[in-house]
Ligand binder design. Sequence first.
Ligand code: NIG
Ligand code: FE
Length: 414
Amino acid sequence: MRALTLWRNARLATLCGAEPWGWVEHGAVLTDGATIAWAGPQTDLPRDLLQVVDRDHDLGRALVTPGIVDCHTHLVYGGQRAREFELRLQGASYEEIARAGGGIRSTVAATRAASDESLFAAARRRALVLMAEGDTTVEIKSGYGLSLHDEGRCLGVARRLAAELPLTVRTSYLGAHALPPEFHGRPDDYITAVCEWMPQLQAAGLVDAVDAFCENIGFSPAQTRRVFETARSLGLPVKLHAEQLSDQGGAALAAGFEALSCDHLEHLNAQGIAAMRDAGTGAVLLPGAYYFLRETKLPPIAQLREHGVPIALATDHNPGSSPGLSLQLMINMACTLFRMTPEEAVRGVTQHAARALGLLERGTLAPGQRADFVVWDLEHPNELAYWFGHNPCRRVVFGGEERGQPQPPGKSVQ
Ligand code: NIG
Ligand code: FE
């Protein structure tokens, strides 16, 4: 016999249908196990379904949105780079620090030196901060190990987070993030190694997608292509750190491999936008990195909009370019810095973020979707873009079950 759970007396931002926000002023959601069975105006609840309701929650007119999805993070790493931040404030550029052996490579050294347990404990603290704000799905990249052993350890930590926390984790293998010191002067040999490790990490069940950093201080388009060709031969979807600091034509390259997403995109050109549109590749904008690197060149939002490229937002949490752990703040920044509308920004951390991970059964409140949603101490979703610096997340339902609000970590997130 079916046993449904009713979540009633709510204001719903379903993010589906023709209404702005998919708005339902007096709404209810019915969940059947981990799936949404029905969502809509409470007065339209089908009687036959009401008869099999087992549990009933009155949400007291609170706002309900789909679960929040952070589709681009580098959550697993050792150490921190506050000193580098000071140097940048004194005038050093991100590229200069990277070329001098700091930047990503300094985090690689700290990550390699960290034990499995300390990497896990720090990543867990960071994940709890994200979860406290309503995150139900988080993408986690490797990219600070840069050896088969250490990339495997970092991806293993990401898998363990999903096993131990009420959180969905999608992993991306980012071996092509930076050149490790043992391959100094031999980037093509390193790419060969990255490609050789890929099937081994995949066979260990550690890889959901493959990412790369196509940039002057990362890897060339030709090297990125080799990584993508290997991924394609293994049936793995790809995504790309593209056009962050310069125009490399990375977005068009990634679109040629039907990438799930291209991320950053401050220097994206018109050809890249058209290629993304034609391939169905999503854009992931990262206002935290834009802000923290004090960038001035905006991603081409109007053109992405014009071409109907779906725009997601993410924290890009990492110790170098975006040490923040608040997707709510990213919603606000996307509006203030990027001039996105509040509705675009909220869709960017739900519907479009899920799509950027290839997860089509998440990100809206509709029958058949996974029952991940957030109950907010708010009346309207435009408040998610308006408030910053406090957390209005009241309750989180994960896979149809209420998830206890995690305790804020007693220690720093390092
Ligand atoms: O997404 N751009 C490359 N990767 C990260 C930064 C990594 C770091 O600085 O440690 C990013 O911004
Ligand atoms: Fe990133």
